[in-house]
Design a binder for this molecule. Structure first.
Ligand SMILES: [Zn+2]
Ligand SMILES: [Zn+2]
Length: 346
């Protein structure tokens, strides 16, 4: 089958690889109808995360179940499904509490040794372990393209907005308007927020967030702290969601939140280090919540329902629809930030 693989030179290419087969009785094989390139896929290209040359990349997919292991009863061949970007067992202590991102057997499709060495989803077919936990049926009325987002960024947005505990009268701000930030803006509105500021230096990203109702703040031109202070009688935002994953974005988030406010950190971190003055956090009574990876399984049914209702719509961030064969071009466009979100059709 055809698949997007990581090559020696830190690039990607589309090549022939062995098709996946059922390895465990809890597996399913899904024939992929749509997959996507995610910001975290770029980490492998930039050497920020290890991966072996020849590994199939990607963790976002929708498709049709083609075959199932003998223990799988909840999904059947022929079902249209979305795949969770991270794989959880569904039965350990953490999974039973809904904390599936902390699963004892946690893995991520197409994410190298730290992801459990599972082949990725940017391929004609993908093997999904613990299929009953990691596949969600797609309603008949929902198209593949929108459903795809339920497996990753859209559900992450709903998770971040849920952790924010936003109320209608609150002023909220999202720092970073990439795909996760954008989905968080939408989710905040869907969960009742009325005033959402969106901070980013990129004009295209600000424009799509603005079209969703956010008040855009150009961090390259104005000081976000001043803007938020002016909007709140000098207090600052009640709640801030940091959706970038850099110390600078984290610091901006702490700068623009009010005393007694909440910062939700959904941006992804690895080895970054920052200094924080504990006294400032203590005196300002800040509530900082590190989201970690989104426990997709605990939030994706709710996300699918909001999407089906039209209260969420990720389509505006899709900038490029390419065939799987054109994946290398898609990676390049995404890496150069020419593309906001690239979908691939096998
Ligand atoms: Zn992703
Ligand atoms: Zn588990």
């Amino acid at each position: 089958m055809r698949a997007v693989v990581f090559t020696d030179g830190g690039r990607v290419e589309v090549t022939d690889v062995a098709a996946p087969v059922i390895e465990r009785p809890t597996d399913a094989i899904v024939r992929v109808t749509r997959t996507a390139i995610c910001g975290s896929d770029l980490h492998f290209l930039h050497g920020k995360a290890p991966i072996e040359p020849g590994s199939v990349l990607g963790h976002e997919a929708v498709g049709i179940v083609e075959s199932i292991g003998e223990d799988v009863t909840r999904v059947r061949p022929g079902d249209r499904v979305v795949v969770s970007f991270h794989i959880a067992c569904g039965s350990c202590w953490f999974c039973r509490r809904g904390e599936t991102a902390l699963c004892e057997k946690h893995a991520i499709l197409g994410a190298g040794p730290f992801g459990g060495d599972l082949p990725g989803a940017q391929a004609e077919r993908v093997r999904v372990p613990f299929a009953e936990t990691n596949l969600l049926s797609i309603p008949d009325t929902m198209d593949d393209e929108r459903a795809l987002f339920v497996g990753d960024v859209l559900t992450t947005g709903v998770y971040a907005a849920t952790l924010a505990e936003v109320m209608p009268e609150m002023t909220s701000a999202v720092v970073g308007l990439g795909p996760v930030g954008y989905c968080t803006v939408q989710a905040l509105f869907a969960l009742g927020a009325r005033t959402v500021f969106g901070v980013d230096v990129d004009p295209a990203r600000r424009a799509v967030a603005e079209a969703s109702g956010a008040i855009a703040v150009d961090a390259a031109r104005v000081n976000p702290q001043m803007v938020l202070a002016r909007a709140t009688q000098d207090r600052g935002a009640d709640v801030v969601i940091e959706a970038v994953g850099t110390p600078a974005a984290y610091e901006t988030s702490v700068d623009i939140v009010r005393r007694g406010g909440r910062v939700v950190v959904v941006g992804m971190y690895a080895g970054e280090v920052t200094e924080l003055q504990l006294g400032v956090y203590w005196a300002r009574a800040l509530d900082v919540r590190f989201a970690g990876l989104c426990p997709t399984h605990a939030y994706w049914e709710r996300t699918m329902a909001l999407l089906a209702d039209g209260r969420l719509d990720p389509s505006p961030i899709v900038s490029h629809r390419l065939s799987l064969e054109e994946a290398a071009v898609g990676y390049e466009l995404f890496d150069r930030r020419v593309a906001t979100k690239v979908l691939l059709a096998p």
